[in-house]
Design a binder for this molecule. Structure first.
Ligand SMILES: NC(=O)c1ccc[n+]([C@@H]2O[C@H](COP(=O)([O-])OP(=O)(O)OC[C@H]3O[C@@H](n4cnc5c(N)ncnc54)[C@H](O)[C@@H]3O)[C@@H](O)[C@H]2O)c1
Length: 333
């Protein structure tokens, strides 16, 4: 199998390449423009592994992309602007890169009959759970309404361009029979995730290791749920080869919820840090009008039914692996 991974130098993409290379039948090509990714993430296989090759460039450049899609049997489309901070600071790129990238990938995949997995995001649900579930007991299903805010709040632009990615992939499937699978990653975490772009766990771990205040946005009662990247990549590689996943949308996440305040406390305790929690309003963090959601939890019945998805890593294991990674990176004992 010849497999193209876009966003291969990123957090999920680099782990995905490693997993795919474990199968001796696979030849893997990574593609990335390094806007948030790095060669360091690919250290284990870049210029080392005989079945891995790499091309530098952007998915927004159709003629650059063409030979690589033509070469592939499968494409994992992961390349995208990522992270709330990055997205808020790069509003035009966020919209155009998502739209142009998916347009190119799907058009070429359709032309060369290549199967595509499109990485979408739980952001497409917007504030649905807060508004649909007043009991605070259920998770989001793939069929749920998406409830998003004003166009004046750029956060929702990212959500809407990702939703457009989904619409376009499903439209290619319906109109031309293009084989595609759409997945919605909920918070996916693990070693190599950057602390630079507003990702909560690497941020908190770095602050705790440096003994700095841990900045919690809002009052910290909002909950989130976290899936280890190893579980996430296992799931998407299985979905990619499952015939009845074609033309479907799947949540990929962990239903276990923790409040952000509790998360900060657990990280302080695990790192034996002297850090204190400092609360910062969303307004101070991201500017006036920024909205966040109280809960963002997946219902995973569909993926469990399709591939027997199992969560292997609990939150403590996840935190331990990230702390070990950040310690090595920061050279802290
Ligand atoms: N990590 C999460 O919790 C999460 C949650 C929801 C969705 N996702 C989705 O998963 C995918 C991977 O995210 P990640 O967490 O690994 O982020 P990441 O930033 O580590 O990886 C994204 C990679 O794409 C590359 N890239 C960006 N724009 C590109 C372009 N135009 N052309 C080529 N390469 C480009 C970046 O350099 C980076 O290496 C993204 O599509 C993201 O939207 C991730």
């Amino acid at each position: 199998m010849k497999i193209l991974v876009t966003g291969a130098a990123g957090f999920i993409g680099s782990h995905l390449c490693e997993l795919l290379l474990q199968d001796e039948e696979n030849e893997v090509r990574g593609l990335d423009n390094f806007i948030t990714g790095s060669k360091e993430n690919m250290r284990a296989f870049y210029k080392v592994h005989p079945r891995f090759s790499f091309v530098k460039g952007s998915v927004t450049d159709k003629e650059f992309l063409r030979p690589h899609i033509e070469w592939a049997d499968h494409v994992y489309q992961l390349a995208a602007p990522v992270g709330v901070k990055f997205i808020m600071n790069n509003p035009v790129h966020t919209i155009l890169d998502n739209i142009r990238g998916i347009d190119n990938i799907l058009e070429l995949a359709n032309q060369y009959n290549v199967k595509v997995l499109v990485a979408s995001t739980s952001e497409v649900y917007g504030k649905s759970l807060d508004l649909l579930d007043t009991t605070g007991t259920r998770g989001l299903t793939e069929e749920d309404y998406r409830i998003e805010g004003s166009t004046q709040n750029h956060r929702w632009a990212y959500a809407n361009t990702k939703a457009l990615d989904e619409f376009l992939a499903l439209a290619y499937y319906k109109q031309y029979g293009l084989k595609c699978v759409v997945i919605r990653f909920f918070n996916t975490v693990g070693p190599r995730q950057s602390s630079q772009y507003g990702m909560v766990i690497p941020n908190f771990v770095c602050q705790a290791l440096k003994g700095e205040d841990i900045t919690v946005y809002g009052d910290g009662t909002q909950t989130r749920s976290f899936l280890h990247v190893y579980d996430a990549i296992q799931a998407i590689t299985e979905l990619m080869i499952t015939e009845h996943a074609v033309g479907q949308v799947y949540n990929v996440g962990n239903p276990f919820e923790i409040s952000i305040k509790e998360l900060a406390e657990r990280i302080i305790q695990k790192t034996n840090s002297r850090s204190k929690i400092r609360y910062l309003s969303y307004h101070e963090a991201y500017g006036a009008g920024f909205e966040d959601m109280q809960r963002r939890t997946p219902n995973i019945d569909k993926i469990v039914k399709t591939i027997g998805f199992k969560i292997r890593y609990d939150l403590d294991t996840i935190l331990d692996s990230i702390i070990a990674y950040q310690k090595a990176k920061l050279n802290v004992t």
